[in-house]
Design a protein around this ligand. Structure first.
Ligand SMILES: Cc1ncc(C[n+]2csc(CCOP(=O)(O)OP(=O)(O)O)c2C)c(N)n1
Ligand SMILES: [Mg+2]
Length: 345
């Protein structure tokens, strides 16, 4: 992993927007940690801290109509694809104004209108859903590209390989994005994963695969741009393995559990590759964004987050009478009308 800065080959407004999005994800996650620790958010969340360059680099080349599927570590993907911060925060705080009216929480946030076909608690569960979207795109000739995000642990799930095989046969318009953050819970990728590199597995299914520096937003964006173009042109899928690291633990409970599966020296080494501060430094060196202008941008992000937390806190909790609403499909013949059978005893 290199920390050497290279010239930025992007227009200034794109380069600044990449920073803004990464910083927003970073600060969103840091706020969420505080809210979990204060018991305002129930349960645990999986922080995306350290991986911001992947979601932002990939989504920066997608159209609003393109589809992504996400994972248990989904906040970054959803923000990068344009998800509403207020509705995300309200969902996390269990309020009725949240994305899923508080019935999904962190791992099920979706916004079909933005092409976000859901975070997903099932490891690799979002991958075949993206293939379905890609298949629909191909039949309907909409030009939509579908991008499943998944982890290095998910890279060993059967459903991923079944989906890559079908995507290869059908030349589906997809970009498979593996976020190799080096661990699946506490299992290092070196222990769990055979072969030289996850990115090379695409060759077995007849499409290209690459490993890119997932701590460098420009490198991710560059690779994603080519892969998306290829998919849109009808040439089929690409696999991008993004080498990255989760700078915090697997989830918020990890600190309390005191797990000792990685040493401090390793964590500190990866902090030197922090994608957010690294990009800020490069923008400053390239005279695209000086520290004062960056400070203004950071302030705007804090305001957005303050407003989101305030919106969530002042929103009502869901009405228990609506607990079963939106939970079951009611459109099949023979199903009882909403509310009747569930309440009848
Ligand atoms: C099918 C399935 N198996 C096991 C789990 C439990 N589990 C949750 S996260 C996780 C690790 C996933 O690792 P990876 O795909 O590398 O994603 P990361 O957490 O590193 O982002 C596991 C095993 C699950 N949620 N779903
Ligand atoms: Mg992982």
């Amino acid at each position: 992993m290199s920390t050497v800065s290279t010239a930025i080959n992007l227009d200034a407004s794109t380069a600044k927007e990449l920073y803004r999005k990464m910083r927003l994800i970073r600060r969103f996650e840091e706020r969420v940690i505080q809210l979990v620790n204060a018991n305002e958010i129930a349960g645990v969340t999986h922080e995306y801290i350290g991986q911001e360059a992947v979601a932002v680099g990939i989504c920066s080349v997608l159209r609003p109509s393109d589809v992504i599927t996400s994972t248990h570590r989904g906040h970054g993907h959803i923000i990068a694809k344009g998800g509403e911060i207020k509705r995300m925060m309200a969902e996390l705080l269990g309020r009725s104004t949240g994305y899923n009216k508080a019935k999904g929480g962190s791992m099920h946030i979706a916004d079909l209108s933005l092409g976000i076909y859901g975070a997903n608690g099932m490891v690799a569960g979002g991958v075949p859903i993206a293939a379905g979207a890609a298949w629909t795109s191909k039949i309907q000739k909409t030009g939509i590209v579908a991008v499943p995000f998944f982890g290095d642990g998910a890279a060993n799930q059967g459903v991923l390989h079944e989906t890559m095989n079908l995507a290869g046969i059908w030349k589906l318009p997809m970009v498979f994005v593996c976020e190799n953050n080096q661990y699946a819970v506490s299992t290092p990728v070196s222990y769990s994963t055979a072969g030289p590199a996850i990115g090379m597995r695409a060759a077995a299914y007849g499409f290209p695969g690459f490993t890119v520096d997932g701590m460098d937003v420009a490198a991710v964006r560059e690779a994603a741009g080519q892969a998306v173009e290829r998919a849109r042109a009808g040439a089929g899928p690409t696999l991008l393995e993004c080498a990255t690291y989760r700078l915090h633990g697997h989830f918020t409970a990890e600190r309390a559990l005191g797990l000792k599966y990685r040493d401090q020296e390793e964590i500190e080494r990866w902090w030197l590759c922090d994608p957010v501060t690294g990009w800020a430094r490069r923008l400053e060196e390239s005279e695209i964004l000086d520290s004062s202008a960056r400070g203004d941008l950071d302030q705007q992000i804090e305001k957005l987050l303050d407003e989101a937390v305030e919106y969530a806190r002042s929103s009502p909790f869901p009405d228990p009478a609506e607990a079963l609403d939106d939970m079951y499909v009611r459109t099949y013949p023979g199903l009882p009308a909403r509310g009747s059978a569930w309440n009848a005893k």
